[in-house]
Design a protein around this ligand. Structure first.
Ligand code: 13P
Ligand code: ZN
Length: 270
């Protein structure tokens, strides 16, 4: 059996949590990540019949039964993952129609997966139904996107268009736009259900006055998506109080569509 700390998915998870902390996106225990693993890749590193304990989920997700996830722990600090991965991360197998999990590695201090597990797992179901390649759901608290939810309307078309206007690459990176949820209590099944519903039409869901969710086929893609949205929000927060003389017009965005072979979300451009 190979050392699990050398597994590419583990190395990448440790690097990305440190990087996200360094970006200022994950103060204290802010943020959480879940990464869908393949049984074959995991079997090289773990005895999949050796379960440590079971952890109930409190929701149903039969679509995920038998699937494996590497996931961050609740109350754990991203800055600490690199120093104690086995305490701050865990690997679980989903069982009982999604109502329970079997812990196979990690959470070695008796901990459990993130309180946002409902939003993560329900979002995986939603994204996999659109894109079978999707592997990652990532949540964090970048300052500018959070600040931006206090300023313009939360109308999804307007919010998305504002971000697209902030830098040329925004439309290229997230042509499917940004979905937005009004403030809701986090850590609940209810916010999980509505987040997953929003994930069916965009890979980014903003939680007003809280943070952001991104989904992708790997950690880099989810990170890059959030990074680009956050850059757009940063530009917006720098210019929101200034008269806007120039902008990226809809005409220019149609040019971007042609040049980069992307298609803006239906009805979002004039
Ligand atoms: P956890 O520590 O439970 O992952 O919660 C952090 C967070 O960002 C809640 O939205
Ligand atoms: Zn959060």
């Amino acid at each position: 059996m190979k050392d699990i700390l050398t597994a590419p998915f583990m190395v990448e998870m440790i690097r990305i949590t440190a990087n996200m902390y360094d970006h200022g996106w994950d103060e204290r225990n802010g943020g959480n990540i879940s990464l869908l693993l393949e049984e074959e890749e995991l079997a090289e590193y773990l005895d999949l019949s050796a379960l440590i304990r079971t952890i109930p989920t409190g929701f149903r997700a039969p679509e995920l039964c038998g699937k494996y996830f590497l996931v961050t722990g609740t109350g754990k600090y991203f800055k600490n993952v690199q120093y104690a991965p086995d305490v701050n991360l865990g690997i679980v197998r989903i069982t009982d129609e999604g109502e329970s999990t079997e812990l196979l590695w990690g959470f070695s201090d008796g901990g459990k997966f993130t309180s946002e597990f409902p939003a993560h797992m329900m979002s995986h179901v939603a994204r996999l139904s659109i894109d079978p390649e999707n592997r990652v759901v990532m949540h964090c608290h970048p300052s500018n996107i959070l600040a931006m939810t206090f300023v313009p309307t939360l109308d999804e078309r307007e919010f998305t268009r504002t971000l697209w206007q902030m830098c040329t690459e925004c439309l290229v990176v997230f042509p499917d736009g940004v979905n937005v949820l009004p403030w809701m209590l986090c850590g609940t099944n209810e916010i999980g259900v509505v987040t997953a519903e929003k994930m069916k039409t965009a890979r980014i869901v903003v939680w007003a006055q809280h943070g952001i969710y991104g989904a992708g086929k790997d950690l880099d893609e989810a990170f890059g998506l959030i990074e680009t949205v956050e850059k757009g929000a940063e530009i917006y927060m720098k210019i929101a109080h200034l008269p806007r003389i120039n902008t990226i017009t809809d005409e220019m965005m149609h040019e971007i569509e042609g040049g980069f072979k992307v298609k803006a979300r239906e009805g979002y451009l004039d």
